[in-house]
Write a protein that binds this ligand. Sequence first.
Ligand code: GLN
Length: 448
Amino acid sequence: VKNYLSQIEQNAHLNAFNEVFGQEALLRARDLDIRLKQGKVGKLAGMVIGIKDNICYKDHKVSASSKILSGFESIYSATIVERLLAEDAIIIGRCNCDEFAMGASNESSYYGPVKNYADQTKVAGGSSGGSAVAVQANMCLAAIGTDTGGSVRQPASFCGVVGLKPTYGRVSRHGLIAYASSFDQAGPITRSVEDAALLLEVMAGADEYDSTTAHKPVPSYSADLQKSTGKKKIAYLQESLSSPGVDEQVKSVLIQTIDKLRAEGHTVKPIAFEYLDYLVPAYYILVTAEASSNLARFDGVHYGYRSKSANDLASTYKRSRSEGFGKEVKRRIMLGTFVLSAGYYDAYYAKAQKVRRLIQEKTKAIFAEYDFILMPTAPEPAFNIGKEEVDPVVSYLADIFTVQASLTGVPAISLPVGNNNKGLPLGLQLLAKHFDEQELLNFSKYFL
Ligand code: GLN
């Protein structure tokens, strides 16, 4: 803990943590030390982790990196936090993120952007950018992020670490600050596949507080983790190699990987995915709709920030929300409210639901034939801080490869596969069938 705390101090300029629980982490470590001598400790004893600042931890502040939650303290812990603590993890602090997890660069945080440890002029990725940099710069052993449309995987790829989004329903959402409830999943960001397996096994499983959790038994992912031996069938999207929007070095690392897999006897085939152009539009219609509803609760009355100039109920709502939410969050609340409004519901929201179904069916058909889908995690490596300001739609399009797993609920992992010629990490992503995390993790070992 002391070592991590000193790394956090030395790297404070990266802005990875919104708050560090230093004293508390030290005390927990001391207590664990005593129990270790008595031989009674959990599976995660000694594992120092950071949690994204949209995950509730009883009696600790939680902000979703938004002004509107300033001063708010959780009155209960997320189920995943309870499970991590029950296995003796040490939580060292809450990690910076995009405001309400909306973004792909960690620049929409009220607490400022997170800087990439590989190059401080570059973004960390998002929305779990603080979690990814905390692991990248050795400020903790692992971190927990949340992934609605890529927020664990994309920052992991920008920071050269492992990021896993479990199957929707594998991990409880109770105690996460909701962004889009039919997409949100918490997942580990780690340096190794082993740690990802261990954390998933602790966090996963049914939870009476989240009716969307699956009742399937949780495998012993870590004990059964082994480099997979059988020959696999892997599909990759043709467009990820032909599209001009994909960085040349990202393409070449994908080609090298495909060649290597083929040389080792795996079947790797290109597939056409005719809905590629609809992934991002369908995703943004659905998540903004869900977000506009989820964020209605932040009204200046129940939680956190209340405008000083409010003088009645209506102005409390209006002014607290106007002053408390940042630009990107407001943009999405308006977009979501629009697509749900009576006159436009069928044209946008209902249509997007149908498109989601088509994408799910097509993905299922691919998995009837293949074990995995391989693709880049992001079209390009970490970009310059400040670039996003130019055009939000450009940054939405950068989610092209991550949202398929989110729209369909299948598990996906981003694996670090090297650096580009400027020393920036590159990541590749593997998608597997629903609840096939064990296979996914086993095959991931092949890459690391
Ligand atoms: N970039 C995507 C978005 O802004 C993903 C965010 C996330 O997964 N939380 O919606």
